[in-house]
Design a protein around this ligand. Structure first.
Ligand SMILES: [Zn+2]
Length: 136
């Protein structure tokens, strides 16, 4: 389900960049200092979907956090979702797991595993940090 949604978005928007897709969808992306452990969160302000991302993150985590929060906007409209935090990354919460799976599939883009390629090899080829491999 998350993979299909991610693919639909990529094809519709011509990119797998969560930040670019957010811009095309008129979501606001706000960079804020959220401290050491919080990566991002999603809100609607006057009905405008807003992706909040910690401005302390490196590029790879910024993309993941953007993709995760975009996932909430797409998959969970009207639902209050928790803060994305490094210490609850492997949350068992259903919405969080869905957003993580959506994020990884967005980052994979339209790549497919080659015959004989392991999951790890495939995800490394797609530039996915190992920290996120369990979400595949
Ligand atoms: Zn979340």
């Amino acid at each position: 389900m998350e993979k299909k949604k991610a693919r639909e978005l990529i094809l519709t928007h011509g990119t797998n960049s969560p930040l670019e897709i957010a811009a095309q969808k008129n979501y606001k992306v706000l960079y804020e200092d959220l401290g050491k452990n919080t990566w991002g969160y999603f809100t609607r302000i006057n009905r405008i979907p807003c992706i909040h991302i910690n401005n302390r993150l490196n590029y790879e985590i910024t993309i993941f956090a953007g993709a995760h929060e975009l996932g909430h906007g797409i998959l969970h409209p009207g639902v209050n979702t928790p803060f994305l935090r490094s210490n609850t990354l492997f949350s068992v919460d259903k919405l969080e797991r869905q957003a993580n799976r959506f994020a990884i599939h967005l980052m994979i883009g339209l790549n497919e595993p080659e015959p004989g390629e392991t999951k790890r090899q495939f995800l490394i080829r797609c530039g996915i940090p190992e920290l996120f491999h369990d979400f595949y």
